[in-house]
Every structure is written in C-alpha cells, then in structure tokens.
Design a protein around this ligand. Structure first.
Ligand code: IPM
Ligand code: MG
Length: 318
C-alpha cells in the first residue's frame, strides 16, 4: 500500500487537486490500485483561521509514513507575505531534502507549440533543477565567497562528464540557454541547472509546451524511489482565475502521472499522458489549450477516457 498526502493549497490549486483526487479515487476503486489518500487541510484558509502553516508533526509523519505528496499550488492575496506558502512549499522541499526538481517539457500537440515552424516532437526535454540551495535558501550571497569558484558547479560538471563519455554534454550560460531554447529547442534532451535559473527557464520551457496549464513537476530526494517525493503542477494558485472553473487541470493530471510512475506504475504515467494528448487533439480541454470546457468538465472527460482504457490495458496490481 502506498500512502499519498494531498494538499490542495490555495486558489486554482484547490480546483485542480479536486480533479486529481477524483482520478486517484478512480484508480483506487475501479482499478484496485493499492493507494491510500491522506487529505491535509493546509493552505491560506487554515493559516488564517487557525494560524497553522506546516505543523512539525505533519511534516515528520509525511517523511515517515508517506511515499508521495501531491501539492496543488500556494498563494493567496489575503496573505501578502506568503508565510504559509513558504512554510508549506519550502517546508516540504527543504524539510524532506527534495533536492532535485524534475520538470519534463514535452509538447503534446503541434498546436500548442508557439514557435514558428516547430513541431511538437521538437519539444521534448527534461529540466533538472537543484531545489534546496541558492537564493531560495538565503545563501545566494555566498556565491564565490572566499574563492572564485565557491559554488563549484563547473568543476563538478567537468568531473562527472568524464565518468560518462558516452553522454554528449555541454556547459552553457543561462542567457545563451534561453536564446537557444527558443531558436532550437530540439537540441536539448536534458538541462541540469541551479535553483533560481531552474525556476526561470522552466517557465520559459512551459511556454514551449502550451503554457503553465501543461507543465508537470516532481520534487525528489533520490532515484531509488524509496524516499518520499512531492509532486506539484508548475502553475501557481492564480487568484484571478480562482473559483471560475477555467483552470486547466491537465498539468495536475500529468503531475499525477509522474507520481504514479514514481510509485512504481510507469504504465500509468504513459496512460495519463496519452489520454491528455488525445483530449488536446480532440479539443476536449480548457480554453488556454484551445478547447471550451471548464475545469470540471475537462477533468471528468479525461477520467472517463482513462476508465475506458482500463478495459484495454489493465492496471498492474501491487
Ligand atoms: C516554482 C514556483 C516557486 C519557485 C515559487 C512559488 C516559490 O515558481 O515552483 O517554480 O520558484 O520555486
Ligand atoms: Mg516557477
């Protein structure tokens, strides 16, 4: 049994998480997937009503008992200092030492690619963003402290590339990277970068795949799949869109796919991604990606399609 903590968060985070929760229920009920869901009522509402952000005991229980956390999005205009968001998001990332933020960038339809003359198949790479250091951990000021190469990125890159001569690799400065990502995105398969640059280039990358409504992410500690990992769609809480049933739930579904893949069901990641690609192709989606459905309707259509596909390829148990 795999235990998943669910934190809807704020704004459209709550709306897309509601869709994800129903999808996980479909998996549990109709496909017999051995998952247990733990709903955590954390976010701006809880902070404003009870003063709670991320209680210590909750964080340690997640670390001990859960295999995954799904986080909707955080941010609420009633909390202008974002203190609840900081405690919850950074509490999870830093507190559980989820040092790698993995963001796949795959365009699922030619129509979603904004670059003239580029096709979906030319946008297919993954960004690995260092997730616990840099300006985000208040150590940005230590860059080059003491010696010229305090941060050591280049030296480590050169050492590691020597170990894998079969992998073609190149160092790029972030400004040149942004230029190249737009001119020739097909050149990239994997980008490894630091926390702040990773934040910036993954929003640029999201634009290449159809916008933030299509961008998924995983925050992980290790590749062995044993430590708890946290999964969040890249979009924020978008207060201006909240409560209007217009948020695109697909980033959250693709993120759920990554989560199920991480938990040991990689076939489900592919199943969810194909269902999303098909929904986009058939325009059974929200307006940001060319459809006319609301969040709930787009979510319901996608779940129906996944349910139907269980007849074709059954979900592996255990
Ligand atoms: C992201 C977000 C966060 C980040 C913000 C909300 C702190 O932009 O996950 O990309 O920069 O890490
Ligand atoms: Mg960001």
């Amino acid at each position: 049994m795999k235990k998943i903590a669910i934190i809807p968060g704020d704004g459209i985070g709550k709306e897309v998480t509601r869709e994800v929760r129903q999808l996980l229920d479909v998996y549990r009920r109709d496909a017999g997937l051995p998952i247990e869901l733990w709903d955590l009522n954390l976010g701006a509402d809880r902070y404003l009503s009870a003063g709670l952000t991320m209680p210590e005991d909750v964080l340690s229980t997640i670390g001990k008992d859960c295999q995954a956390v799904f986080l909707g999005a955080l941010g609420d205009p009633r909390v202008p200092g974002h203190e609840h968001a900081r405690d919850i998001l950074f509490g999870l990332r830093f507190g559980l030492d989820l040092y790698a933020n993995i963001r796949p960038v795959r365009a699922l339809d030619d129509r979603l690619v904004p670059l003239k003359g580029k096709r979906a198949e030319q946008i297919d790479f993954v960004v690995f963003r260092e997730n616990t250091e840099g300006a985000y951990a208040n150590i940005g000021g230590q860059l080059r402290r003491g010696t010229a190469d305090e941060v050591l990125w280049l030296r480590v890159f050169r050492e590691v590339r020597e170990l894998y001569p079969e992998i073609e690799s190149d160092h790029m400065y972030v400004d040149a990277l942004c230029l190249r990502m737009v001119q020739a995105p097909e050149e990239f398969q994997v980008i490894v970068t630091n926390n702040l640059f990773g934040d910036i280039v993954t929003d640029l990358a999201a634009a290449l795949q159809g916008g933030l409504g299509m961008a998924a992410s995983a925050n992980v500690h290790a590749a062995n799949g044993e430590a708890v990992a946290m999964f969040e769609p890249v979009h924020g809480s978008a207060p201006a869109l909240a409560g209007k049933d217009v948020a695109n739930p697909f980033a959250a579904f693709l993120t759920t796919g990554m989560m199920l893949g991480h938990l040991g069901w990689p076939g489900e990641e592919r199943r969810i991604e194909s269902a999303v690609a098909r929904a986009i192709a058939e325009r059974q989606c929200t307006p940001d990606v060319g459809g006319s459905l609301g969040t709930r309707a787009a979510g319901a259509r996608l779940r129906e399609q996944i349910q139907r596909s269980f007849q074709g390829t059954p979900v592996p148990q255990g």
